[in-house]
Design a protein. Structure first.
Lengths: 132, 132
DNA sequence: GTAGGAGCTGGAGCGCACTCCAGGTCAAGT
DNA sequence: ACTTGACCTGGAGTGCGCTCCAGCTCCTAC
């Protein structure tokens, strides 16, 4: 089973332009072409794109994704380094989740404070002070 | 108590250039100046900067922070709209945390798979297929 | 046989959020 | 008096990750 670029775009959630861009910069291997020179993506390509979008969603910079992609191309001997990249990235993601959660608490606090203002406690100085 | 720009930078974790930039684009009110024209930040300014960095950390785009800052300047009448902005932003942050957690599971899976390869199961086709 | 639509290429352009720079002022220390 | 260093301004430059465009080739449907 193969897929035209529009289908690959739809499946991956990336734009057609982005797919070609990823190819240009070496994030994805150049796919096969049909007789007319049009790209034919395989299921394997789609799986790789799906994984790439996970990395992107979690904020991995493109140059690191590229390093990973290059290692992958070189085969199994690079598995150790690839694992290491993922381990570091996972730690990074965990840190960022923790950071976001901490910020959420501040948001909750602010929102509660606005609710307090709405509840007619506006006159209370400490509420105003905090209302930012 | 007032603070020179270098102190405000250190306290907020933003660079001096970024502080001036935030002022230019209307994210922070122009602070008072000393006789020589140097900025003097107040505790209130630092608190606002601290909150801004939370918004930034959670990915709020600058133009929305700016809208919030402008509303804040207009006083209490805008509290409703400000609360609404924060509510929407909180929902957004929660969505992104959930998304990150989902991606973490994929990372865990990949990492486990590399561990399996290391454990010498390399010959097993399904391990290789999945190793990406 | 022709109109429409998907895809192709190389390259330019964009929005965001800073970051850096030149050239200047000012105040304090030695 | 002079050096040092923090700070000032306006404006240009940067890196990232796309996104858009002109001008082209194909295939398909009518």
């Amino acid at each position: 089973m193969t897929y035209a670029i529009a289908q690959a775009a739809e499946h991956s959630g990336l734009s057609i332009d982005t797919l070609r861009y990823y190819e240009r910069i070496g994030l994805v291997d150049p796919p096969a072409r049909d007789a007319a020179g049009r790209r034919l993506y395989t299921d394997g390509d789609l799986a790789w794109l799906e994984f790439l979008t996970k990395l992107r969603t979690t904020g991995m910079p493109i140059r690191l994704m590229r390093e990973y992609a290059q290692l992958r191309r070189k085969g199994e001997a690079t598995a150790g380094r690839r694992k290491q990249i993922l381990l570091e990235h996972r730690a990074d993601v965990r840190r960022r989740i923790a950071e976001l959660k901490a910020c959420l608490e501040v948001l909750d606090f602010k929102i509660d404070n606005y609710a307090a203002i709405e509840a007619g406690l506006t006159g209370k100085t400490h509420v105003q002070e905090v209302s930012a």
